[in-house]
Design a protein around this ligand. Sequence first.
Ligand code: ADP
Length: 270
Amino acid sequence: MQTSTAGESPPAGATTMPAKRPGAVAITLNGISKVYDGGTEALAPVNLEIAGGEFIAIVGPSGCGKSTLLRIVAGLVDATRGKLSKPSNATGAFVFQEAALLPWRNVNANAGLLMELEGVAKAERSKRVREVLAQVGLAGFEKSYPHELSGGMKMRLSLARALALRPDYLLLDEPLAAVDEITRDLLQDELMVLWRQAGFTAMLVTHNVHEAAYLADRIVVMSPRPGRITHVFDVPFGSDRTLALRSTPEFARLTGKISAALREGDKHVR
Ligand code: ADP
């Protein structure tokens, strides 16, 4: 059961979400649950309607099924029950916490990897690699190898590799958890710009309520395992966000509410 308190949006799935960007892909999860072989119940039924072009952040305690949810959306894991709806021709891309670069490939070759696997022609690959490396600030590093890159640069390359697919939806599983705080702030701003430019639908899993409130249109709070959605918060800050937003009372109020929702979910189960 989802709870709803003042300031939150109605329970997800109760209304049809208007597309934020015409043509961008909407994703709907209807009663999605997951029990792994061996009996671990990872997800209780989850209902969530994501509008085309929307940026959704998912927060919840470790092990509550956030990654499982993303993997189900990606088609990497089958749901035990429920229905996932997304356009069959939509292209998705996944960015993980680990940049997972191939050490023997240089930046250019790593950026083109997913396109190679998808069978994109060589000339097109070269063009897109140039574009995405410029977008993420890695122009000039084409010939460098992963061991020569900082943690932030590795993550930029991982993002570039995903963006080169021109994804309709991007799934981000704690992509910034392993970088230092200053780099994290920078990368959040870069991610926001990339999302605005490219217009993909985004699902971001994060432990960090500040990151969620800074980047997302809506924030979904999940309970401990089996994960279910306990709260959905609308983020009222518009699309023109800068770091100064984080020092405002409105931002503190929202992050306070999200943290309280996380604690409440935790209490509920223990
Ligand atoms: P989160 O991303 O919120 O940390 P996960 O989705 O990774 O949570 O995991 C949810 C639960 O499912 C955990 O108890 C985890 O151990 C279990 N789990 C995840 N993947 C598998 C798997 N392939 N097989 C069995 N259990 C799994």
